[in-house]
Design a protein around this ligand. Sequence first.
Ligand code: SF4
Length: 363
Amino acid sequence: MTTNSKKTLIIPSIPQVIVPPHPQWPPLSAAEFWALKERIKTLLKRQNAVLVAHYYTDGALQDLAEETGGCVADSLEMARFGTTHPAETLVVAGVRFMGETSKILNNEKRVLMPDLGATCSLDEGCPYALFASFCDQHPNHTVVVYANTSAEVKARSDWVVTSGIALPIVRHLADQGEKILWAPDKHLGHYVQKQTGAEMIFWPGSCVVHEEFRAVALERLRKLHPNAAILVHPESPEAVIAQADVVGSTTALINAVSTLPNMEFIVATDKGIFNKMRQVAPGKILLEAPTVGEGATCQSCANCPWMGMNSLHNLVDVLETGKNEILVSPELAGKAKIPIRRMLDFAARMKKQQISVGVGQKG
Ligand code: SF4
């Protein structure tokens, strides 16, 4: 996939993404909280359903997923889990592309989500028509898209990747001399390019949560906590990544908290992850990395408003009513499944070869 023709790279201008306010859920007394959880447990059993939650969702949902035999995971593991679990219904607490990925991989199963409006700035900022036209302008590139995209965008791609597996897949493609069109997260894309040396062009999308972390404020916080390890998700800006001791997917950052000897950590990713970090490393001190909110108005304040649309309240509602089902036509699912399967098969081969996946630990 090479060409000698020199073309000017036209970067598409993407639609402005409207970030919703963080949802406010009615407070629950201890008795109400317990009753709601028990009701959900009963409904999950009765409907042969399993709850799959992302690390960025509310801690109560994460705990409930684990208590009921579901899983709490990053998007790669969430996708894998649904394919191996025998439940007839998958209830996905996360954002829409995660529900769609579950449906694509399990077209025969029912997939429900607490709120179908829970999207993602990366997905919203990469509409299919614009993206397809960008791909058409670069026919000699292998199209690699991040999981945070719609089913249509996935269907137009050659590979789907998550942050946990982006590095080895792109390295593998670069080794074969392939040029890469990367979408939609520009920060993750630039990080991957830096690590792999691959020839890449980028879609200019970004995550509203990670984009708000600030390098200067982070540097100040580090001076106050010189023994803290800085953990950064690679959707963050380059200057923030440059200060990291560990750069990696949510799973890699959680592993870092439990395996590194440090007692203090500064964490630059959505604060929903603290629930699992506290579980795996009780007693360690976790500090939030500073965002643009310091002296200004942050949009996400390190807490994804779309992930916040998942709660016990609307979870019980979808289980009672069966509403909010994710539908992906078998034809579209068939096309989108190919690049996702490619990623899962690659991950399985790596696991077999016992190669560690996706953590960039500096030093
Ligand atoms: S945290 Fe960022 S990447 Fe994740 S769902 Fe929210 S907007 Fe999308």
